[in-house]
Design a protein around this ligand. Sequence first.
Ligand SMILES: [Zn+2]
Length: 176
Amino acid sequence: MSILSNNRRLFKYCPKCGEAALRFVKSSKLVCGKCRFEYYHNNAAAAAAIITDNKGKILFVKRAQEPKKGMLDLPGGFADHGESAEEAIKREIKEELCLKTASVKYLCSAANIYKYKGVTYSTVDLGFFCKVNDISEAKASDDAQSIIFIAPDKIQMKKIAFKSIRKIISFYLAGL
Ligand SMILES: [Zn+2]
């Protein structure tokens, strides 16, 4: 399992007793062999938005950061502590596109693997169909390098950064 082998090398020292006795008993659970400290490397929740223009073209962002810098993605990101997925997607739409969200409708979720600075995270990405107040005011910011609108029949799945995002888009397209 790749999550396990990647992280096994990184997480070695117990944060409680300091011994090099931490081990993964499964990809989401660390146990210290010395003091029995336990830590769960749980699934992280993230949200992604499908936003369309008045012709039904889908708004994509080009990723400004690794992983998958330069590839296409939907606007979105991790839910902060204390935040609902709906709150997270509204915040991300504001941060990445400088837009105010008018409505949010849940579509589906998909699992993903996200490597960041050497750590492998397992995520569950929640897809939403979002309406914004004025899409003409969209401008790329933060994690978004630029914005591109693509018609549903012109989408090339191989240019999309993550399998979870491809799944969310496929789910949306199947409902059209
Ligand atoms: Zn320990």
